[in-house]
Design a protein around this ligand. Structure first.
Ligand code: FAD
Ligand code: NAD
Length: 484
C-alpha cells in the first residue's frame, strides 16, 4: 500500500457482492447506515452468473416439454427435439451475457458504494481492496465488516483430474455447446440437476457418485430422481469414487472408478461439493485460518474457538459460514444480520430469541430447498433421519403423490411421493419432503406449516382446493389420523 492510497470510512464494509452481500448492505443502508461493498468479479455473485439462474434456465425448456409430453393431445402438438441453441441463448439473457451493469445500477440506486477488487481483512475493522491495476484502497468500518465471499467448486484430489481441464459449475452453466458425452463426478444437487439438463439437451451423461443420488434429502426422493435419470438414458454409478482421470490424444477423457470401471466422455464436470472463498481474504491477520469455513454464533459474528473475534465486529453470512448453501438462506441471514448491525449501531440489544427478528432460526429448523430435477424435489426442515438424530419423537407419514385427483389431472402417469415428519410430542410438522413433477410451488405451504408450528389439528382446517396436487395435504392428514 502506498501512502497516497485512497482511504474511505463507512459504517459497514461488506466483502462479496453476491446475493448475500448485496442484501446485508441494503438492510444496513435502509437502517440509516452507510455501506461499501467489495467485489472482485461480478456484482450478483455465483448465483446470478454461474449457479442458480443459468442452471435453471438450462433446465426450464426441458421441463416444459416434459409437461406437454405427459398429456396426450398437448404431447401430439409437440414435435421434434429441444433446440439446444435456443436454450443457451435464453440462458444468456438471464446472465445478461455475464455483464453486471444492471446489478451495479441496482446497488448504486440503493445507496451502496461499490469498490471493485480483491478484499482482504488487514486489521480490526479494516479491509484493503486491490483492484485489477494493483491500486489499493483502504476501507475502515465504524461498526462492522461482513464476509459474504461465498464458495467455489471443490476439486477433489483425483489423480490427473486437473490435467483434463474439468468443468466446474462455471463451465457447465456457461456452456456454449452441448458435449456428446458428459461425465459428472458427484451425485449431489449440482450433479443431479446438471445430469437432468445435459441429458435433455442431448448429451450422453454418466453420473459417478460416492453416495446415492441426492444424499442430502429423504432416500425415496433420490430414488425417484435416479430412476428418471436412468429412464432418460443417464448411466449412474453409485457407491464408487472417481480415482483417476486422463485425456488421450483423441481428446477423450477416461475416468477410472474405484470398482475398476472406465467411463469415457468428451468433458468431465466436477460436482463434488464446495470450498469456501477464504483463501486470500487476510484471515491470518485476525487469527483465523485461511481456506476455512467461517464459524459463526447466533448473531452471525465470526467465532474462533467459540469466542467472537474482537468485540463482534466481524460477521459472516451466506455460503461462507456453511449453515445452508442456498441463495435464499444467504439472503435470509443477510436481512437478519443487516438489521442486527443497525440495532447494535443504535445501541439497541438485538433480538436473538428463537424466531426473533435478528436470529436466523430457519437455518436450524426450516431450511427450504427445491431441486429442479425431473421430477422436482422439495424439502423443508427435518428428514425422518435428521429428526430422530435431533432427539425428536418422530412420526413419519407417507403418501403416494400420484394418488391425488389433482396429480392425475396434471399429467398422465404422474408419479411421486410425499412425507410429513411430525414431532409427536408437540403434534406439529417438523419436516416435509415431496418428489414429483411440478411440485416446486408446493413448498411454501409446507414451510409455513413448519415455521408457524401449526398444530396438526389446525392443519385439518387448511382446506386444499379440489382438484389440485395440494390435496396431498388432506391425504397425509387422513393417513396420520385425526385422533392423535
Ligand atoms: C450449479 C449451482 C446451482 C445452484 N442453484 C441454486 C438454486 O437453484 N437455488 C439456490 O438457492 N441456491 C443454488 N445454488 C447455491 C447458490 O449459488 C449459493 O448458495 C449462493 O450463490 C451463495 O450466495 P453468497 O452471496 O453467499 O455467495 P456467492 O454467490 O458465491 O457470492 C460471493 C461473491 O463474493 C465475491 N468474492 C469472493 N471473495 C472475494 C474477495 N476476497 N473480495 C471481493 N469479492 C470477493 C465473489 O466474486 C462473489 O461475487 C447453486 C449452486 C450451484 C453451484
Ligand atoms: N436447487 C438448489 O437449491 C441447488 C442447486 C445446486 C446446488 N445447490 C447447492 O450447492 C451446494 C453444492 O452442491 P454439490 O452438488 O456440489 O455438493 P453436494 O455436497 O450436494 O454433493 C457432492 C456429491 O459428490 C460426491 N463426491 C464427492 N467426491 C467424490 C469423488 N471423488 N468421487 C465420486 N463422488 C464424489 C459426494 O458423495 C456427493 O454425492 C449444495 O449444498 C446445494 O445446496 C443448490
Amino acid at each position: 500500500m502506498t501512502s497516497n492510497s485512497p482511504e474511505v470510512t463507512v459504517d459497514v464494509v461488506v466483502i462479496g457482492a453476491g446475493p448475500t452481500g448485496e442484501n446485508v448492505a441494503d438492510r444496513a443502508v435502509q437502517g440509516g447506515l452507510s455501506a461499501a461493498i467489495v467485489e472482485s468479479e461480478l456484482v450478483g455473485g455465483e448465483c446470478s452468473y454461474w449457479a442458480c439462474m443459468p442452471s435453471k434456465a438450462l433446465l426450464r425448456d426441458a421441463a416444459a416439454l416434459r409437461a406437454a409430453r405427459a398429456l396426450p393431445a398437448a404431447g401430439k402438438a409437440v414435435t421434434g427435439d429441444l433446440d439446444a441453441t435456443a436454450v443457451l441463448a435464453r440462458r444468456d439473457q438471464f446472465t445478461s451475457g455475464w455483464d453486471d451493469g444492471g446489478q451495479v445500477d441496482w446497488l448504486t440506486g440503493a445507496g451502496i458504494t461499490l469498490v471493485r477488487g480483491q478484499g482482504r481483512i488487514a486489521d480490526t475493522r479494516t479491509v484493503t481492496v486491490t483492484d485489477a491495476d494493483g491500486t489499493t484502497t483502504t476501507l475502515h468500518a465504524r461498526h462492522a465488516v461482513v464476509v459474504a465471499t461465498g464458495s467455489a467448486a471443490l476439486i477433489p484430489p483425483i489423480t490427473g483430474l486437473a490435467d483434463v481441464d474439468p468443468w466446474t459449475n462455471r463451465e457447465a452453466t456457461g456452456a456454449t455447446s452441448i458435449p456428446d458425452r458428459l461425465a459428472i463426478i458427484g451425485g449431489g444437487v449440482v450433479g443431479a440437476e446438471m445430469a437432468t439438463a445435459f441429458s435433455a439437451l442431448g448429451s450422453q451423461v454418466s453420473l459417478v457418485s460416492r453416495t446415492r443420488v441426492l444424499p442430502g434429502v429423504e432416500e425415496f426422493a433420490g430414488k425417484h430422481v435416479a430412476e428418471a435419470l436412468e429412464a432418460n438414458g443417464v448411466t449412474i454409478h453409485t457407491g464408487v469414487d472417481a480415482v483417476e482421470a486422463r485425456r488421450d490424444d483423441s481428446g477423450d477423457v477416461r475416468l477410472t472408478l474405484s470398482d475398476d470401471t472406465t467411463v469415457t466422455a468428451d468433458e468431465v464436470l466436477v460436482a463434488a461439493g464446495r470450498t469456501p472463498n477464504t483463501k486470500d481474504l487476510g484471515l491470518e491477520n485476525v487469527g483465523l485460518t485461511p481456506g476455512s469455513w467461517l464459524e459463526v454464533d447466533d448473531s452471525l459474528a465470526v467465532v474462533s474457538d467459540g469466542t467472537p473475534v474482537g468485540d463482534s465486529w466481524l460477521y459472516a453470512a451466506g455460503d461462507v459460514n456453511h449453515r445452508a448453501l442456498l441463495t435464499h438462506h444467504g439472503k435470509y441471514q443477510a436481512r437478519a444480520l443487516g438489521d442486527l448491525i443497525v440495532a447494535r449501531a443504535r445501541g439497541e440489544e438485538p433480538d436473538l430469541s428463537t424466531w426473533g427478528r435478528h436470529a436466523a432460526t430457519a437455518d436450524e429448523r426450516a431450511v427450504t430447498q427445491v431441486i429442479f430435477t425431473d421430477p422436482e424435489v422439495i424439502a423443508v426442515g427435518h428428514s425422518a433421519e435428521s429428526a430422530k438424530a435431533a432427539g425428536i419423537e418422530v412420526g413419519v407419514v407417507d403418501h403416494d403423490l400420484g394418488a391425488v385427483a389433482g396429480s392425475s389431472l396434471h399429467a398422465d402417469g404422474y408419479r411421486g411421493q410425499a412425507r410429513m415428519v411430525i414431532d409427536e410430542q408437540r403434534n406439529v410438522l417438523v419436516g416435509f419432503t415431496a418428489v414429483g413433477p411440478d411440485t416446486a410451488e408446493l413448498l411454501q405451504a409446507a414451510t409455513i406449516a413448519v415455521v408457524g408450528e401449526v398444530p396438526l389439528d389446525r392443519l385439518w382446517h387448511a382446506v386444499p382446493a379440489y382438484p389440485t396436487i395440494s390435496e396431498i395435504w388432506l391425504r397425509l392428514l387422513e393417513t396420520a389420523g385425526r385422533d392423535r
